[in-house]
Ligand binder design. Structure first.
Ligand code: PRT
Ligand code: ZN
Length: 295
């Protein structure tokens, strides 16, 4: 176990992996930074200790994460759920992080005679996800050949490597530009925080502190602080529209008969809510970002 000193006291260090260079890298770094954790910049080093939190970040290829986590080489990681499940990892999902959303889908060439899932019987499907695909097909009693390939799966049918593919999709534009049509979604994914199956009590405690901060950041990302002015007679209707963390604060304005209302709202149907507030009589609506929400 690597030890560090904070204010002269020995503490253990939580070793967390994030993707070195890829789709999850920026959002993972941003999350760590929004948690108030500052990393030492060590050039092109694959390791960065934190100055102000008992954490060390390792920058890895995502494919290495499940094995390292199971073996206890790393204590935690931010990785796509797809990688975790495909790697048959024993790691525990601690939190879903809400970024890196995508789906694993089966696609066939445009114009092919696909009708239903039974149409996959006897086909050869090219994929980098043989385990997830194999489980899916087995559960549905489909017999197909799985051709495992490591990249550029979407070009496989055009070069004779299979009659269908199974790959990650987000916008769908890669499928479209390769003349493929999505026919079955077999798995939904997003970035998750995972932890090794066996952590010492000290490391569990550090992980809990990290998760506390991540939760505060996640709640803040989903909420906005709102202030507005309203004629007093409209307050009951406006309060009804604004649930807030508890209930809105109402402060009298200098202008007689008017008040200012302050509260926190979720981002779901945010614009719909603003419309309703205006109709109810709200004016001068200000919307502000929130940095952290401590429950
Ligand atoms: O180098 P390393 O091995 O670490 O990275 P990688 O190349 O294996 O992974 P990377 O960086 O491409 O993706 C990291 C993670 O991001 C994945 O494991 C997913 O959890 C998540 N993610 C989210 C995606 C996508 N969206 C995505 N669209 N991963 C890959 N894609 C690819 C997909 O494979 C296809 O080629 O993007 C293409 C499709 O995108 P659309 O938008 O055209 O549908
Ligand atoms: Zn990878």
């Amino acid at each position: 176990m690597r030890l560090i000193f904070i204010h002269g006291v020995i503490v253990s260090l939580l070793r967390i992996a994030i993707q070195k260079s890829g789709r999850l890298t920026d959002a993972s770094r941003a999350l760590i930074s929004e948690c108030g954790i500052e990393l030492e910049q060590m050039g092109a080093s694959l390791r960065a200790p934190a100055f102000n939190f008992p954490l060390e970040v390792l920058f890895l290829r995502d494919d290495d994460v499940p094995g390292y986590c199971d073996d206890g080489v790393i204590d935690a990681a931010i990785v796509g759920r797809n990688v975790l499940v495909e790697g048959r990892s024993l790691a525990k999902i601690v939190r879903e992080l809400g970024f890196g959303r995508c789906r694993l889908s089966i696609a066939v060439p445009k114009g092919s005679s696909y009708r239903s899932i039974e149409s996959l019987n006897g086909l050869c499907i090219a994929t980098s996800y043989p385990n997830i695909l194999g489980d899916f097909l087995k559960a549905r009693g489909i017999t197909a050949t799985i051709q495992e390939i490591s990249g550029s799966v979407e070009v496989a049918p055009s070069i004779g490597l299979g009659e269908a593919i199974c790959d990650l999709v987000s916008s769908g534009s890669t499928l479209l530009s390769n003349g493929l049509v999505e026919v079955e979604t077999i798995f939904s994914s997003q970035a998750v925080l995972i932890s090794s199956p066996e952590l010492s009590p000290e490391k569990v405690s550090i992980l809990e502190q990290l998760v506390f901060r991540i939760d505060a950041v996640s709640r803040a990302r989903k909420t906005k602080y709102i202030t507005l002015n309203t004629p007093n007679e409209a307050i009951p209707e406006i309060v009804n529209l604004l649930p807030g963390l508890k209930s809105p604060s109402v402060l009298p304005l200098v202008t007689p008969g008017w008040s200012s209302l302050h509260t926190v709202v979720g981002e779901d149907d945010f614009w719909g809510l603003i419309e309703k507030l205006k109709i109810a009589g709200a004016q001068g609506i200000l919307v502000l970002p929130i940095e952290k929400v401590i429950a």
